[in-house]
Write a protein that binds this ligand. Structure first.
Ligand code: SAH
Ligand code: DHB
Ligand code: MG
Length: 224
């Protein structure tokens, strides 16, 4: 495992240096997140770049993120928006939100991005009441136990053609078998099974290895 991980990291560095290089705002976002004691679980640079490319390909103007942390993935997402685009990102922990606001301001994205504090299951209904949707792109990366609810909400707040991406669906391979003792695995499995039986969604999921270890990503398109 450790040899594998060393190799995944080497290859990630090779890809990232050429195709998803950091800049001052991205570097500072990670550095300030770490300095503030946030967990080092932001998406890898090449995953951030994938999110960026998907938002651009969507021609998205209205993006929703569930799970902000220090705003690292948020920067990748928001930089793909047109000048009049906007992004709402939902974060439970006020300290994470505060760090994210600083990182987003330094990246010049404070007019584009709104960080909303609260449990996403409380703030998502408010988005619906406000008519904040439909969103063109939704990135789900918060507490994994609630993933089935987050996908249902993403669907509620979508239009035909909306793309929904869910992080961390591989869980080091644990996802393939029931783990009643692990609510993150249970939530992820329930989410995948919900997506599979939902006729409004067309989806795939794949395993990912890299600097963050062995995990996976789900991508779903809203059909109707
Ligand atoms: N998307 C980020 C990483 C997010 S880590 C990136 O890649 O840069 C997961 C985040 O979800 C944490 O900041 C955590 O506080 C937040 N979170 C956990 N439970 C939540 C909830 N119920 N509602 C909203 N956010 C939640
Ligand atoms: C964890 C959460 C994430 O969103 C992630 O990408 C990696 C790890 C975690 O809670 O451990
Ligand atoms: Mg994640």
């Amino acid at each position: 495992m450790s040899n594998d991980h060393a190799q995944w990291t080497t290859v990630d560095r090779y890809f990232t240096d050429l195709l998803a290089p950091a800049d001052d705002a991205l570097d500072a976002a990670l550095a300030d997140s770490t300095a503030a004691g946030l967990p080092e679980i932001a998406v890898a640079p090449n995953q951030g770049k994938l999110l960026h490319l998907l938002v651009a390909t969507q021609g998205a103007r209205n993006v929703l993120e569930i799970g902000t942390l220090g705003g690292y993935s948020t920067i990748w997402l928001a930089r793909a928006l047109p000048a009049d685009g906007r992004l709402i990102t939902l974060e439970y922990d006020p300290k994470h939100a505060e760090v994210a606001r600083g990182n987003l301001a330094r990246a010049g994205l404070d007019k584009t991005v709104e960080v909303r504090v609260g449990a996403a299951l409380d703030t998502l209904p408010l988005l619906e009441q406000e008519g904040a949707g439909p969103f063109d792109f939704v990135f789900i990366d918060a507490d994994k136990v609630n993933n089935p609810h987050y996908v249902s909400w993403a669907l509620n707040l979508s239009r035909p053609g909306t793309l929904i991406v869910v992080d961390n669906v591989g869980r080091a391979g644990k996802v393939a078998t029931p783990h009643p003792d692990d609510p993150a695995v249970t939530g992820t499995r329930e989410m995948i099974e919900l997506v599979a039986r939902e006729p409004r969604l067309d989806a795939t999921a794949f395993q990912v290895v890299g600097t963050k270890g062995y995990d996976g990503l789900l991508v779903a398109r809203v059909l109707s």
